[in-house]
Ligand binder design. Sequence first.
Ligand SMILES: C[S@@+](CC[C@H](N)C(=O)[O-])C[C@H]1O[C@@H](n2cnc3c(N)ncnc32)[C@H](O)[C@@H]1O
Length: 261
Amino acid sequence: MKKIFIVGAGPGDPDLITVKGLHMLQTADVVMYTDSLVNEDLIAKAKPDAEVIRTAGMHLEEMVAVMVDRVNAGKVVARMHTGDPAMYGAIMEQVALLKKEGIGYEVIPGVSSVFAAAAAIGAELTIPDLTQTLILTRAEGRTPVPEFEKLRDLASHHCTIALFLSATLTKKIVKELQNAGWADDTPVAVIQRASWPDQKIVRTTLVELDEAMRVNGIRKHAMILAGWALDPNIHDKDEYRSKLYDATFTHGFRKGVKTSD
Ligand SMILES: C[S@@+](CC[C@H](N)C(=O)[O-])C[C@H]1O[C@@H](n2cnc3c(N)ncnc32)[C@H](O)[C@@H]1O
């Protein structure tokens, strides 16, 4: 079956693409990408005679028509998606139309902005005995969120929460998390344009989040990470040590050291 390649372009830094994704970019005959989100320096690595198509001004049917045309002409088509295509990539609507034309697809994963954001602040989002869960979600704005996924309900788990597409919805976020019992001083980190040269990091607390966004002029392209795993002083707290590296903990690859009480 003929197919297109849907490639995770990573969060911004052109080096944050997988080897496989880069290979696809460098060998594709046709490279399509959203110019507002994918780094031009990365796209510049396409082969010199590749047809490079910016898609920000195109609607879905137009974009798919180009894919169908080029694939049917025997070209290798790489559709570059920001971060990882599986998160808010809107790939299924493209795939559904392609399927009607008898064209399949292969996804090459990418580094999602959630992980570039965590890396930017050197955070671990799952801290032993504190939280072992990360929820990836968005606040409800113009795009509705299903009934059972309201932020307040998700926040009842008191784990780490990563919010995509929510920079203009911080008032709502604060209210929902407070309604779920989150303390006002819960740490929040906002990373705007993670891994880009103009990356901006704002560390704040839940109660100050909305004001911090306003003062820093952050209204888009931001990842909001919330929860106690984001505590900037977490390194100084001995109680959050992983059992994996604990000298007394035995696992498949290491025998634990006996300690006397
Ligand atoms: C349409 S979604 C695409 C997400 C993408 N598929 C990913 O895995 O990162 C766009 C949202 O992702 C987040 N985002 C994308 N790139 C970012 C970056 N470099 N830094 C911070 N947030 C980013 C922002 O929340 C933005 O509103």
